[in-house]
Ligand binder design. Structure first.
Ligand code: PMV
Length: 326
């Protein structure tokens, strides 16, 4: 019999509203983008797992199945191997595997490559072993995997990779609600700087410890922005959404997670005709986003580029994880 092969893909994401507060079990809004991660898995008769992940320079890495969970995994393929370990343990299966990964976007953008890979792995393994894994179970095992590897995170990026579209998400996956939103134009400006998500989450945690009342107040204000954004996204009120972005950015500034480069790109967008702009994700770097109408689109993009930003062309509301034809 031929070795079973499966190929799956999952989208990257952009956080629209509610970063950081979502880590504290609060709501956020995230959209999936049309740049995807692909994973091909081959079930083999051998007793080892072979990985090729060219975008992180991993070539022919091999580990014995019996060593899963017993040795340290290389940094760049931790999510892949932890997914296999957790899947084998949970569903009491085991096999040799060959795994190939491919990304349409740089892991530097902050589009959530680790989360998309984890979701692809769990979906792919469920197909390889013919196990029915519904979306919520897929999310749960992927979320456990991410927490095992990096210790922190709300799971919003995993939800975007699983369900796709635009989601209202409450930290930890307490609520995951697909929103009925028409595709919308979002300007994305990359700072060229990699955000250090773990450090930024820790900085906010330190601030929370020191000034609990004040930070709780900020989180409550962000909650209100998220709730208003939820309504206005579904109505397509981009002018209001722009105002909400400006307000959210103000609170993110008070949390100390923005940066000079982000502030420069955001202010370039705001002063050249955008409805509003903010950072997206942990802050410190990665990308800023802006709502803008057709008339001002080119002007806003040019001004962002003048300030040293790189425009990334993405479509929002992309499809969630899917099996690809081979
Ligand atoms: O930097 P990213 O794309 O991983 O986004 C981080 C968003 C946070 O709210 C800061 C963390 C999280 O897991 O929700």
């Amino acid at each position: 019999m031929k070795n079973k092969i499966i190929s799956v893909s999952a989208p990257g994401k952009l956080m629209l509203f509610g970063e950081h507060s979502v880590v504290y079990g609060r709501p956020c809004i995230v959209t999936a983008v049309n740049q995807r991660i692909f994973v091909k898995i081959v079930k083999t008769k051998g007793d080892s797992i072979l990985i090729n992940a060219p975008e992180v320079n991993v070539k022919n890495y091999s580990i014995k199945v019996s060593n899963l969970g017993k040795i340290d995994y290389p940094k760049d393929i931790k999510f892949v191997l932890k997914s296999v370990e957790n899947f084998f343990k949970k569903y009491k299966v085991s096999s040799g595997l060959k795994i190939f990964t491919h990304s349409q976007f740089s892991s530097l953008f902050g589009f959530g490559s680790s989360s998309a890979i984890t979701v692809c792995m769990v979906k792919g393994l469920s197909k390889i072993f013919d196990i029915q894994v519904y979306n919520k179970a897929l999310f749960d095992i992927a979320y456990k995997t991410v927490l095992d590897v990096q210790g922190v995170g709300s799971g919003f990026d995993l939800a975007a990779a699983v369900w796709g579209g635009t989601l209202y998400f409450v930290g930890g996956g307490k609520k995951i609600v697909p929103l009925n939103v028409k595709p919308f134009k979002l300007i994305v400006g990359y700072t060229g700087i990699k955000a250090d998500t773990a450090t930024l989450i820790k900085n906010v945690a330190d601030l929370y410890k020191k000034n609990k009342t004040e930070v709780e107040g900020i989180f409550k204000s962000i909650d209100k922005i998220v709730e208003k954004a939820k309504i206005n996204l579904q109505k397509g009120n981009y002018r209001v959404l722009g105002d909400l972005m400006i307000k959210d950015q103000g609170f993110l500034n008070s949390l100390g997670v923005s940066s000079t480069k982000l502030d420069n790109l955001i202010s370039a967008a705001n002063t050249s005709g955008a409805f509003g702009a903010k950072l997206s994700g942990a802050g410190g770097g990665d990308c800023m986003i802006a709502f803008v109408d057709k008339k001002n689109k080119n002007n806003v993009m040019n001004e962002i580029v003048k300030k040293g930003g790189i425009i990334i062309d993405v479509k929002t509301g992309a499809e969630g994880v899917r099996v690809e034809r081979i």
